[in-house]
Design a protein around this ligand. Structure first.
Ligand code: GTP
Ligand code: MG
Length: 224
């Protein structure tokens, strides 16, 4: 008998750009769960957002690092959840002052955005563990922000080369973390990991939407 092959249907996703903000107070006032993509400049955040949405023109992409400079909001699955494209951290070629502005903008957004439920930290799968990524992840831990790791650009290396980098990353994390967060293996080029990412976001959205609404309503009442 022929070997059975399991095929997965690619879930369609309705995605639209909402607005760009330079500070948290300018971000759209929405109550649905929000997910943010963050990582070093050029790691592939905007490309992966376009891959999820199946729309190569949604988020701006560039071979030149530092392309995304604002907090960009997208509404996804016809408004069920929101996705944010953030500027990259630690890009050496922008001035120290500009880096400081980006870093404050990102940390203020991450610490204060009430409907942010999970941050996807993108890690270049071609590289050994990078100090900037490890330091950034430590910050997320200190701020109590839930996160997952997303390895990118896996079309650019062999699975054994990536396996070594991933194992080294896990070892590095276990030096200061009790366990390893969820990990996704992706390529914006081949759409590797797209279905898994979308399924995990949709699952969290279903679980967290009612809780989030209640929490936001309560915090607004207590401010009155
Ligand atoms: N081969 C390959 N190239 C990729 C992939 N993802 C991104 N790239 C390329 O990497 C470069 C940077 O991609 P972006 O999506 O703009 O990266 P970013 O993280 O949004 O960068 P900033 O906005 O500058 O922080 C572009 O030239 C992309 O075409 C991938 O999965 N595979
Ligand atoms: Mg970008």
């Amino acid at each position: 008998m022929a070997k059975q092959i399991t095929v997965k249907l690619i879930p369609p996703i309705k995605a639209e750009f909402v607005k760009s903000a330079s500070r948290t107070s300018e971000c759209p006032k929405i109550l649905v769960p929000e997910f943010a993509f963050i990582g070093r400049s050029n790691v592939g955040k905007s490309s992966l957002i376009n891959c999820l949405a199946n729309n190569s023109g949604l988020a701006k992409i560039s071979g030149r690092p530092g392309k995304t400079q604002l907090i960009n909001h997208f509404t996804m699955d016809a408004g069920l959840w929101s996705l944010v494209d953030l500027p990259g951290y630690g890009y050496a070629k922008v001035s120290k002052v500009q880096r400081e502005i980006f870093s404050k903008m990102i940390s203020h957004y991450l610490k204060n955005r009430k409907n942010l439920v999970n941050v996807f930290v993108l890690i270049d799968g071609r590289l050994e563990p990078q100090k900037k990524d490890i330091d950034f992840i430590r910050n997320l831990g200190e701020w109590g922000i839930p996160f997952s790791l997303v390895f990118t650009k896996l079309d650019k290396l062999s699975s054994s080369a990536f396996g070594k980098n991933q194992a080294a990353f896990k070892r590095k994390m276990l030096q200061e973390w009790e366990n390893i967060p969820p990990m996704f293996l992706t390529s914006a080029e081949t759409a590797l990991g797209r279905v898994e990412l979308i399924e995990s976001i949709r699952k969290l959205t279903l679980e967290l939407s009612p809780l989030l609404l209640e929490e936001i309503n309560n915090s607004e009442t207590s401010l009155e």
